[in-house]
Design a protein around this ligand. Structure first.
Ligand code: OXD
Ligand code: MN
Length: 594
């Protein structure tokens, strides 16, 4: 039975079902009973496999098609009225053409299947930050994942009432045909169409498609921001908590930072880190003139390989119940494994493709992009206030990337506009670590390259404009955990030791510590980063000490001048859309070095 009488919702569902012709339509209320019934049904068809319920209560296993294991950026389109509105960093398709082309693909795609209608809220239901979406899908796997990643059910429909302000998401697995796989965003229509995929990032429409691509556009129009950022709280021994957000390109350890455990020397004094989100932050200016953040999601869709009790115990512990594992190794006892979980790869297990797997074969058992979908509430360090409808006030915004030589361990921008520049020049290098060579630089502004729903030049201007509205703006920093020595070895230990850098950041926010003025901004004085109790040997080299710290705090003209060239090339793509503030920050950077 429909959960709403909202005519706009019902008319749209009617239209979509006439196109996709499902055998029946089922509304998802997210009740325990309904979810359990769907789990049972999906187990019968083999869509999911029940895991060992003693060891992993409420956990299930899923394999995607072999050709369908990751987001498909080259088949993701921003269907804005003009190419210019999508900008030079997005694929663009004319909306009329996109609807026409995709309608052909969707035509009859749900014949013989059920269409599930998922009403969901991004953000705590009823929060001033929250936005509502509906996803129509023919996949129970999608329903079960959305039920973890978002808030689903009747309360969402009640909150929407008769409003037409909801995101219309349509997903069909169709035939999982790579050649007909499209992820289409229509920001002006609040609409998302996704076909021929069953992989999370392409089909959990609340996540990247809505909470970043569509929401970034909504934020532009409505004076708020949707960002690819984790949110964490840092509690000092007095019990005071400061909140920061951080944006990193994929594979830079965002989930690890979001759930980090400070070094022993800090925890014993009473310092704590609290997780509020690991991937997306929605930010609004509060009545106090500060920037406030909410995590629109309710779960973690994390990369499994490399997650272990050392790298990220909190993530691993989050997956002990109510979790869906996708494309990992399935052990004979109904538990799971992946590369980097421990040093005991199972024998007699099935790999992510479902074939018997021999760990000695040299083949990976889990797909490198295999995932866990875990409820955020499972996380041992989830902040008590992570669902506060008002969000949390942000003291600092941290950008970062993977740079072998260019960026120091940490630096602070001179002011908001300069901070926007720092975010706009974010980049990661492909690791050519072994030779110590500087890899290929991929520019990924604010880590939003694949997720910005409109012209990136307009997006930067929006950041600049927001700065004028935030009276007490967060300070903006850049970190680089990945500096290499001449032998191509990581100089900084990373993980929990990153807390030492967070401590400096918070001190800067509170004017407690001085810094060196450099051409790129404020860089710490080495003695202001606490190294007490740090016991780390740079691989095959020496113990990390204050001299090593000095080395990774250097700002070298040679590398920055290289970078300036690459920034100029990148900026040139944006023509008139490049904000003057960024142009002048780049000029200042050059001037400062000369
Ligand atoms: C993700 C990503 O899956 O950023 O979160 O790629
Ligand atoms: Mn992400």
């Amino acid at each position: 039975m429909a959960l709403t009488t909202n005519k706009a919702v019902l008319d749209w569902i009617d239209e979509m079902s006439k196109m996709t012709t499902p055998d029946k339509i089922v509304w998802i209320d997210g009740s325990k009973k309904q979810i359990a019934d769907l789990e049972k049904e999906a187990c019968l068809t083999g869509e999911i496999i029940e895991l060992n319920q003693e060891k992993l209560p409420g956990c299930y296993y899923h394999r995607t098609a072999v050709n369908d294991v990751a987001r498909v950026e080259h088949r993701t389109f921003i269907c804005a009225p003009s190419k210019e509105e999508a900008g030079p960093t997005n694929n663009w398709m004319d909306p009329k053409e996109a609807y026409k082309m995709a309608s052909e693909i969707f035509k009859g795609s749900m014949k013989g299947r059920t269409m599930y209608v998922i009403p969901y809220s991004m953000g705590p239901v009823g929060s001033p930050f929250a936005k509502i979406g509906f996803e129509l899908t023919d996949s129970i796997y999608v329903v079960l994942n959305m039920n973890i990643m978002t808030r689903v059910g009747q309360a969402v429909c009640d909150t929407l009432g008769n409003s037409t302000d909801f995101v219309r998401g349509l997903h069909s697995k169709c035939d999982i045909d790579e050649e007909k796989r499209y992820i289409l965003q229509f920001p002006q229509d609040n609409t998302i169409w996704s076909c021929n995929s069953g992989y999370g990032g392409n089909v959990l429409l609340g996540k990247k498609c809505f909470a970043l691509r569509i929401a970034s556009y909504q934020g532009w129009k409505e004076s708020w921001m949707a960002e690819h950022m984790l949110i964490l709280g840092i509690e000092n021994p007095k019990g005071e908590v400061k909140y920061v957000t951080a944006a990193f390109p994929s594979a830079c350890g965002k989930t690890n930072l979001a759930m980090m455990i400070p070094p022993e020397g800090y925890t014993s004094k009473g310092y704590k880190v609290w997780t509020l989100g690991d991937d997306i932050a929605w930010l609004r200016v509060g009545p106090d003139g500060r920037l406030w953040a909410v995590n629109p999601e309710a779960g973690f869709f994390g990369v499994a390989p490399g997650t272990n009790m050392k790298s990220n115990p909190n993530a691993l512990l989050s997956t002990e119940k109510g979790t869906i594992f996708t494309n990992v190794v399935l052990k004979p006892d109904g538990t799971v494994w992946w590369e980097g979980l421990d040093k005991n790869p199972p024998t007699d297990a099935l790999d992510w493709k479902g074939n018997p797997w021999d760990p000695a074969s040299g083949q990976k058992g889990a797909h490198p992009n295999s995932r866990f979908t875990a409820p955020a509430k499972n996380c041992p360090c989830i902040a008590k206030n992570w669902e506060d409808p008002a969000g949390v006030p942000i003291s600092a915004i941290i950008f970062g990337g993977r740079r072998a030589k260019t960026a120091p361990l940490v630096y602070q921008s001179r002011d908001w506009d300069h901070g926007v520049f720092v975010g706009s020049i974010m980049a990661s290098e492909t690791t050519a670590a072994a030779s110590g060579a500087v890899g290929v630089v991929r520019r990924d502004p604010m880590a939003m390259l694949p997720f910005c729903g409109y012209n990136m030049g307009d997006y930067w201007q929006h950041w600049i404009d927001m700065g004028k509205e935030i009276k007490n703006a967060p300070k903006i920093f850049n970190v680089n955990w990945f500096r290499l020595n001449e032998n191509g070895k990581f100089m900084w230990p990373g993980y929990g030791e990153n807390f030492r850098v967070l401590e400096w950041i918070i001190k800067r926010c509170e004017d407690q510590v001085d810094a060196n003025v450099t051409p790129i901004g404020f860089v710490p004085k080495a003695e202001d980063i606490n190294l007490e109790g740090l016991d780390y040997t740079i691989e095959g080299d020496r113990k990390f000490d204050i001299d090593a710290l000095r080395e990774i705090l250097t700002v070298e003209k040679e590398y920055w001048m290289e970078d300036v060239k690459s920034i100029e090339e990148f900026y040139a793509k944006f023509g008139d859309k490049l904000p003057n503030e960024l142009k002048s920050s780049l000029e200042t950077l050059k001037k400062n070095f000369n």
